[in-house]
Design a binder for this molecule. Structure first.
Ligand code: C2E
Ligand code: MG
Ligand code: MG
Ligand code: MG
Length: 297
């Protein structure tokens, strides 16, 4: 009988899924201790005001410097971290690191109000310690709550229980902003939207990609975006577009009334110390207002 089962398993064997399983199990072996080994790091991607082209903040994006596989993006390990529960301590580390970084930028660039966006996994939103953790982290970083924006996906919020919504609302009461990430990809329940503690709609790059693709205006994408922007306006929300890759797309988004943009056009995710130079090159006038000699103690 054991032999029979073995035969059956071999019948289902396929090289791709076998390779995937090996990759998964080596990731599983290393993931639980990767945090204490200091193998995670953050990259930051600028958020730019469409009105004047200045950098208004950055999104923190987690990476894993894996001892065998090199640098891995979040798609390779965040789902695994969610399954194993590691996402809660990992997410807390991301918040701590990103908030400390935001404070460092503020010190380096006085007078340039930079906001930090941090992705929040569904499990983190459900964690009873969320409010306490976030407020503690802000206090330790000496960062004002208004400088933090938590990005939550639509699906996470719609599936969220009252407790998670209550926690997010308490954070917004303290001044933390909440963005609905990847908006337009999930089950967009518009009637539900006004009851969610959300300040910003972050429109998914799949919708932006269709806009002015190859320089050709796409009437359908334009109509959808026009509708989303007016929906956001009606609800008093700001709109961020992600995945902006071309100047044509940025022009269209500005004309449609979009507030903020993020994408390769402005900068790829990169090291924290690259941001001040980028902020300077995208908005030289803002930084020229701060004389050099003020930065030395
Ligand atoms: P997201 O929050 O929607 O982040 C934006 C993703 O789009 C990033 O991918 C970014 O590198 C990519 N991107 C930005 N601009 C462009 C562009 O112009 N063109 C294209 N093609 N792509 C662009 P990344 O870094 O691979 O992150 C993937 C996802 O992983 C994120 O999507 C986010 O949902 C998740 N993630 C990242 N960091 C964290 C984290 O600390 N915690 C949690 N829970 N999830 C995270
Ligand atoms: Mg995000
Ligand atoms: Mg996003
Ligand atoms: Mg996205």
């Amino acid at each position: 009988r054991a032999k029979g089962q073995g035969t059956q398993r071999w019948a289902l064997y396929d090289a791709d899924s076998h390779a995937r399983e090996i990759a998964r199990s080596t990731l599983c072996t290393h993931l639980p201790t990767a945090l204490e080994r200091g193998e995670f790091f953050l990259e930051y991607q600028p958020l730019v005001s469409l009105a004047n082209g200045s950098v208004v903040g950055a999104e923190a994006l987690v990476r894993w410097r894996h001892p065998q596989h090199g640098t891995l993006g979040p798609d390779a390990f965040v789902p695994l971290a969610e399954q194993t529960g590691l996402i809660v301590p990992l997410g807390r580390w991301v918040l701590e690191t990103a908030c400390a970084q935001a404070r460092a930028w503020q010190r380096e660039l006085p007078g340039v109000p930079l906001r930090i966006n941090v992705n929040l996994a569904p499990q983190q939103a459900r964690c009873p310690e969320l409010v306490h953790d976030v407020l503690r982290i802000l206090k330790e970083a000496e960062l004002e709550p208004q400088a933090l924006c938590l990005e939550v996906t639509e699906n996470a919020l719609i599936g969220a229980d009252d407790q998670a919504l209550h926690a997010l609302r308490r954070l917004t009461d303290h001044g933390v902003a909440i963005a609905l990430d990847d908006f337009g990809t999930g089950y967009s329940n518009f009637s539900h939207l006004h009851r969610l503690p959300v300040d910003t709609l972050k429109i998914d790059r799949s919708l932006i990609g269709d806009l002015a693709a190859a320089g050709e205006p796409d009437p359908t994408a334009e109509k959808i975006l026009t509708a989303l922007v007016s929906l956001a306006r009606a609800l008093g929300l700001t709109v961020t577009a992600e995945g902006v890759e071309t100047a044509d797309q940025a022009d269209r988004l500005r004309a449609l009334g979009c507030d903020t943009a993020q994408g390769w056009l402005y900068g790829r995710p990169g090291a924290a110390d690259a941001l001040p130079a980028l902020a300077a090159s995208l908005s030289g006038s803002l930084l020229e207002a701060v004389p050099d000699d003020q930065s030395s103690p």
